[in-house]
Design a protein around this ligand. Structure first.
Ligand code: SF4
Ligand code: SF4
Length: 373
């Protein structure tokens, strides 16, 4: 539960590195935003003051470009291709091993993945909403995923309000942003001269207490609030509703599925960058000497041919059925599984789609709110 914003402190710009230094002092491995190969990605911070400053990410369908931020803010870049997902649900990892002992019997051994204390600096409201969905998938139910759980316990999240969402963002329409409301340890709102800093957990309170921050003034709190409202109001994309389950499931034979299939390349980029997608494949990798075997899990995509392959036939043999599976799961049947849509409005699948396919536009056509192109 977040404390009331009145309890927020004010962290001057020059002291941002103190927060990172304190996390390092507590033993956290700190990952923060870094410009790499033309995109913002999360990488290890070697020193507390290594955070990049003055970069924005201009995004549009099929387009992502870094550019200079004239205001030289630390967190003006909306988002990059990675969310929190790869740090908890590893793209590829071993789940267990089998080995023959000296008598030739098979021994099965669990693999405990390394789970260092990890602080992620600069996560967004949409990332936190996606994390809550991944928690629902991996941690709830009879068989919580032990690999995910080990990493989740060690996580410290420093969230940042999006003051300048990208043109692809629509988190206001899904109710997930742009101001973080829950799920963080510390939330920052960047103003011209510093950050309004609020704790959202006991760990966050303890850390902020070590920094001895002055309380944020009424003007600073109002500026942060207004900045969030302006960012929400400035978003130009939206979904045609938060509950699209019935409308999409009643249009499974809509001609738009054929149309989008002529453009979609089935590359799977959208599922790789989506912070809520959790599909994976598992396979056994036997050692060449036949004495051991590794059981590996890796990310998979519902756009791949093998994902729908079942004992001699393909459940989804064409791109039409694969795109339909993705969109109807994400926006419709996810409600049955997790009580809400699987889309948090981050816009990554729009920016990173090489065919410039925009799920908000596809959903609008399918919902009858927009003419077919
Ligand atoms: S919608 Fe775009 S990103 Fe997704 S599989 Fe099709 S072409 Fe690739
Ligand atoms: S479906 Fe697209 S916009 Fe929605 S959460 Fe996934 S990547 Fe983000």
């Amino acid at each position: 539960m977040s404390p009331p914003p009145e309890e927020a402190g004010f962290l001057p710009l020059a002291q941002l590195s103190m927060l990172v230094a304190q996390l390092m002092e507590l033993g956290y491995r700190c990952l923060g935003p870094v410009a790499e190969n033309g995109a913002i990605v999360m990488r290890e911070l070697a020193t507390p003051d290594a955070l990049p400053r003055g970069l924005q990410a201009a995004q549009a369908p099929g387009r992502y470009r870094l550019q200079q931020d004239p205001q030289r803010r630390y967190f003006a870049w909306a988002n990059g291709p990675q969310a929190i997902k790869p740090h908890l649900f590893a793209p590829r990892e071993s789940l267990w091993r089998a080995q023959r002992d000296e008598q030739g019997r098979l021994r099965f051994m669990a693999v405990a993945p390394p789970a260092p204390m990890l602080a992620l600096i600069g996560v967004r409201a949409c990332d936190l909403a996606a994390l809550a969905l991944q928690d629902a998938h991996f941690l709830q139910g009879d068989q919580p995923d032990s690999h995910y759980a080990r990493r989740r316990e060690q996580l410290f999240l420093v969230a940042v309000q999006c003051a300048e969402p990208a043109s692809t963002c629509f988190c206001a329409s899904t109710g997930d942003g742009p101001t973080p409301s829950a799920g963080y340890d510390i939330a920052l709102a960047e103003l011209a001269d510093g950050f309004v800093a609020a704790a959202g957990s006991r760990k966050g309170v303890a850390l902020l207490n070590t920094l001895n921050l002055p309380p944020a003034s009424a003007q600073q709190l109002a500026a942060a609030r207004q900045q969030g409202q302006a960012a929400a109001a400035g978003q130009t994309r939206s979904l045609p509703g938060r509950t699209l389950r019935n409308v999409l499931m009643s249009r499974l034979e809509h001609p738009q599925w054929d149309e989008v299939a002529t453009r979609c390349l089935a590359c799977g980029n959208c599922t790789a960058v989506c912070p809520t997608c959790f599909c994976h494949a598992e396979m056994d990798e036997p050692a060449l000497n036949g004495q051991a075997s590794e059981h590996v899990r890796m990310w998979d995509s519902c756009f791949g041919a093998s994902h729908g392959h079942l004992h001699g036939f393909d459940v989804r043999p064409d791109i039409r059925s694969r795109y339909r599976q993705w969109l109807t799961h994400k926006l419709a049947t996810w409600h049955d599984q997790y009580g809400r849509s699987g889309c948090v409005g981050c816009g990554r699948c729009i920016a990173w789609c090489p065919a410039e396919i925009d799920l908000t536009a596809e959903a609008a056509v399918l919902a009858g709110e927009r003419e077919r192109p």
